[in-house]
Design a protein around this ligand. Structure first.
Ligand SMILES: NC(=O)c1ccc[n+]([C@@H]2O[C@H](COP(=O)([O-])OP(=O)(O)OC[C@H]3O[C@@H](n4cnc5c(N)ncnc54)[C@H](OP(=O)(O)O)[C@@H]3O)[C@@H](O)[C@H]2O)c1
Length: 201
């Protein structure tokens, strides 16, 4: 398959790119500052322009989406807006624009995260965004035409991310293991599902 991967240079995205390549797929990377193509997920016009340049693909995968971690009472308006504009509406718009550029039977895989179901102190601007991505996927799947599918991959804390932050790596999954969730969504037949990375480890 020809697969457009938004976030292909990231911790999760680079592992997803490698695994998709290993399974014979051609990955077109689109990121904010490098890769085959540039795109700003927080800007709908930028997403439209990306698809005009890339053309039709068989699958779209997002391993991007920014949201801010921080103590509830210290979170600014812009901290909340970042998650809503970038991780939520960016991925919503990826589907809205991407549908027009997918071959029949194609798929879209977005990224949410365990903090949707298991919040922690500091996740007040992230948990609602992840939950909204999951709600969007469940609803959007009901209306997609031409056999198109959409799912959300829900990573848990990634080992490499925890290590880079100097945090405990217990209860984490490596990026390579997390990538299996995305492969399952791309190659499977499910739609409207939230795929918990722990189930694909
Ligand atoms: N890592 C974890 O532990 C973990 C756990 C649960 C959920 N998640 C979620 O998984 C996703 C990826 O996490 P990650 O840790 O792999 O992130 P990451 O290492 O920071 O990588 C982010 C990727 O997204 C791209 N990107 C950043 N801003 C963008 C924008 N405005 N438009 C388009 N692309 C943009 C980056 O490209 P450039 O380098 O060019 O900016 C990079 O390729 C996020 O939504 C995160 O919330 C991560």
């Amino acid at each position: 398959m020809n697969i457009l991967l938004i976030g292909s240079t990231g911790t999760i995205g680079s592992a997803v790119k490698q695994l998709l390549n290993e399974h014979g797929h051609h990955v077109i990377g689109a990121n904010h500052s490098s890769g085959d193509y540039r795109v700003d997920l927080g800007n709908k016009a930028s997403i439209s322009a990306l698809f005009e340049r890339v053309g039709k693909v068989d699958a779209i995968v997002s391993t991007a989406g920014q949201a801010q971690f921080g103590p509830l009472l210290e979170l600014s308006d812009s901290a909340f807006a970042l998650g809503l504009d970038n991780k939520l509406m960016g991925q919503v718009n990826l589907l809205r624009e991407g549908v027009k550029h997918l071959h029949d039977g194609g798929s879209i895989t977005l990224t949410s995260g365990l903090l949707a179901q298991a919040p922690m102190p500091g996740s007040a601007a992230i948990s609602p965004v992840n939950a909204a991505v999951e709600g969007f996927v469940r609803a959007a799947a009901l209306e997609l035409p031409r056999g198109l599918r959409v799912n959300a991959a829900s990573p848990v804390f990634v080992t490499e991310t925890a290590a880079a932050m100097g945090m405990d790596t217990g209860h984490t999954l490596s990026a390579a293991t997390t990538a299996k969730t995305y492969l399952a969504s791309v190659e499977g037949s499910m739609s409207g599902q939230v795929l918990d990375a722990r189930n694909y480890a």
